[in-house]
Design a protein around this ligand. Structure first.
Ligand code: ZN
Length: 258
């Protein structure tokens, strides 16, 4: 007998099938008209949470990127630093057998870490020697950090030459310069202009300049390079959210570099 209501969605992480993901807050209503006009790329607010494992769209999307770009292979025997660690991603990283795996957050008590300790770490002052990590994951963190240039410098410092970092953040496809104004100081204004009460800016195209200014090299990958829009809809991912992947160059760029 035919199923009259076949599942139309599948969670990329737990592989359960169902009819729909649950939305972020009020779905599309949680994106203010201001942010809509600015073409903000961030979470898929409609196809957001998995009803079974509660993964978010951006966590599922990282799994897909890591699969398609074979990034898990590099985790084996690697030193990994993971800020604001997502539970499924943590589990998957550990299953790869990293040599060192540090999970960190500015407010670790707010996280419901299940089976590992999350260190208290400030991304603008990372307690680790230079050239320590092969992989650093900083997924939707920088939009919360007041001194993001210092955070990016720290990312560069603690990465080994040739090491990679994932630096996902919401951004506007319209703005050339990020909006960050000390006058935007109330929850209501931050929600209206930045998209969330605890964000301190809305990035524009200059985010990429800030990354490169500290010496990191961009290795951006687009969803459409590794997947399709149909697959994004099926798995509940935002097809216009690129993977903001960066690398610490093995040879520092000097004044005479081409
Ligand atoms: Zn799931």
């Amino acid at each position: 007998m035919l199923n009259r209501f076949p599942p139309r969605r599948q969670c990329y992480i737990c592989r359960r099938r169902f009819r729909r993901f649950y939305p972020y807050r009020d779905g599309m209503k949680s994106i203010t008209p201001f942010l809509l006009k600015l073409g903000v790329v961030g979470s898929d607010v409609i196809n957001f949470g998995c009803p079974f494992c509660h993964s978010s769209d951006r966590e599922r999307h990282l799994f897909l990127y890591f699969d398609r770009l074979r990034l898990w292979d590099g985790v084996r025997d690697a030193a990994v630093l993971h800020f604001a660690p997502e539970p499924h991603l943590s589990w998957r990283i550990k299953s790869c057998g990293p040599r060192q795996y540090v999970t960190a957050d500015l407010y670790p008590d707010h996280l419901h870490a299940r089976d590992h300790a999350v260190e208290r770490q400030d991304v603008t002052d990372i307690a680790a020697p230079a050239d320590t990590f092969d992989l650093l994951i900083c997924n939707h963190v920088l939009e919360h950090v007041t001194d993001d240039r210092r955070a990016l410098s720290e990312v560069h410092r603690v990465l080994k030459p040739g090491g990679l970092a994932v630096l996902q953040t919401p951004y506007s496809t319209v703005l050339t310069r990020s909006i960050e104004d000390p006058g935007i100081a109330t929850d209501r204004l931050r929600l209206e202009v930045y998209g969330q009460e605890d964000h301190v800016r809305l990035y524009g195209a200059d985010f990429l300049d800030r990354i490169q200014a500290v010496g990191l090299r961009l290795r951006l990958r687009r969803h459409r390079d590794v997947s399709t829009d149909a697959e994004a809809a099926y798995y509940g991912m935002n097809p216009v959210e690129d993977l903001i992947l960066v690398e610490k160059p093995t040879i520092p760029r000097g004044p005479y570099a081409s």
